[in-house]
Design a protein around this ligand. Structure first.
Ligand SMILES: [Zn+2]
Length: 155
């Protein structure tokens, strides 16, 4: 009588069996509650979609939080149930975006104006060089003509 119960408690764990996490009895691996002591072996089963959704909505997943805040600053904070932080980030991002646009506008106008001044200046120099070259060419032809005249006269 006692030998059978001793055999029961010392027998090796089979492939579909597990030890109770409370009393250590060998039980079916799929058992939710230990038949020996009645302790629940695992949390009530959830469908994988349910648990995935829970994970998604519960917050605390750093990857999801980061992706959400990358999509729009504040979303990741909302996901972490930090409404105030989320609002600060969202408003901050909007203000920063607008100020960047305004800043670019303020920068762009003087930049275009400056470039126009610079362009006019450098182009005028080029034009002056062009005019000078044209004048030189006329002068050179005058000289060569007079030189030719001189040569003719010498002969
Ligand atoms: Zn047990």
């Amino acid at each position: 009588m006692s030998s059978t119960s001793a055999d029961d408690s010392t027998r090796d764990r089979g492939p579909d069996e597990a030890f109770c996490r409370d009393c250590g009895a060998v039980i079916d691996a799929r058992a939710e509650i230990c038949p020996e002591c009645g302790v629940r072996q695992r949390d009530p089963p959830k469908s994988s979609i349910d648990s995935a959704l829970d994970d998604l909505l519960e917050g605390g997943n750093p990857f999801v939080a980061a992706v959400l805040s990358a999509i729009f600053p504040g979303l990741g904070q909302l996901y972490n149930r930090e409404l105030e932080r989320g609002l600060v980030f969202a408003v901050g991002f909007i203000v920063a975006s607008v100020s960047v646009m305004v800043f670019i506008g303020f920068l762009l106008a003087p930049a275009v104006w400056l470039y126009a001044v610079y362009d006019a200046y450098t182009r005028a120099e080029l034009r002056a060089e062009e005019l000078q070259r044209a004048a030189d060419r006329e002068h050179e032809t005058e000289i060569s003509v007079s030189e030719a005249d001189d040569e003719e006269r010498e002969e």
